[in-house]
Design a binder for this molecule. Sequence first.
Ligand SMILES: [Cu+2]
Length: 72
Amino acid sequence: MSQNATTAVYTVSGMTCGHCVKSVTEEVSALAGVQAVDVELATGKVTVTSTTPLAEKDVEAAVDEAGYTLVH
Ligand SMILES: [Cu+2]
C-alpha cells in the first residue's frame, strides 16, 4: 500500500446480502485512485482506501449507481 494512501469510512444503507456488498465494492472500486474497498454488511460501513481523498459526491454517485444510498 502506498504511504500516501488515505482512508475514509462511509455508511451505506440498503445492503442486505453478499450480492449487495459485491455491487457496492465494484462501483466504488471503479472510482479513480481507489486502492481498496471493505464493506461490512452488518453495519453498512464502507471503508475506502485511495491514493488521494475522494469527493463525497463521487462516492455517493458510485453507491447510487450500485442501487444503494450513502448515509450522511
Ligand atoms: Cu443483496
